[in-house]
Design a binder for this molecule. Structure first.
Ligand code: GSN
Length: 211
């Protein structure tokens, strides 16, 4: 059994792609959930000790790491989910940066812009989804993963970000057959599917805004 611990608020947020990767790779971990009020009150000096004053915090034995994408890449190296040569590794990094742009747009809309700008948000989302549809079409005609024949950390990050957007706009993938099929395929992966049906996952909203 591994000694992984994910410290985060009781939401999916920036920890969920890490959990998706761990679950799909058959790794076990402990969710150390911190209530926002306890975090604000300085519980266990968590904020004070965090490298950038934020979570997720990831612990592997005695090794502690922050920054969600760094944690994803750390685990990707451990489980062989980073790509198989320098060029593939770089393409996966590039696509993951694109996923982060998609995630950031979602967070900006949710926390800052809200319903008033939903039409503008959805129009921009459509453009961004188009980029991912094209990326998929360039790899095995969209029937596999973002890059190559094997799942990578960028796939877990994209799946989580797409699920966030689907929550906001359940039809957002309807014009994107490859992305729709991709999500459907990923959700059928047995370990991932078991995690998605777990109590822990169901209990956690996407963000505190989704209570
Ligand atoms: O990806 C990362 O781990 C960092 N670049 C961002 C981490 C982050 O924003 N953490 C937030 C919660 S997730 N929000 O969108 C956080 O720790 N907020 C509490 C605080 O006191 O800043």
């Amino acid at each position: 059994m591994s000694g992984y611990t994910v410290t985060y608020f009781p939401v999916r947020g920036r920890a969920e792609a890490i959990r998706l990767l761990l679950a799909d790779q058959g790794a076990s971990w402990t969710d150390d959930e911190v209530k926002m009020e306890d975090w604000t009150a300085g519980i266990r000096d968590l904020k004070k000790n965090a490298v950038f004053g934020q979570v997720p915090r990831f612990q592997d034995g005695d090794f502690v790491l922050y920054q969600s994408c760094t944690i994803l890449r750390y685990l990707a190296r451990k489980y062989g989910l980073s790509g198989s040569n320098e060029q593939e590794i770089s393409i996966i990094e590039m696509i993951n940066d694109g996923v982060e742009d998609l995630r950031l747009k979602y967070y900006i809309f949710l926390f800052l812009e809200k319903e008033a700008n939903k039409e503008k948000f959805l129009a921009e989302l459509a453009t961004q989804l188009g980029h991912f549809e094209r990326i998929l079409s360039n790899n095995s005609k969209g029937q596999k993963f973002l890059v190559g024949d094997q799942i990578t950390y960028a796939d877990y990050n994209l799946l989580d970000t797409l699920q966030c957007n689907l929550d906001l706009s359940p039809t957002c993938l309807s014009g994107y057959p490859l992305l729709s099929g991709y999500v459907e395929r990923l959700l059928k992966r047995p370990k991932l599917s078991a995690y998605l049906q777990s109590e822990g996952r169901k209990r956690r909203p996407i963000t505190p805004k989704h209570k």
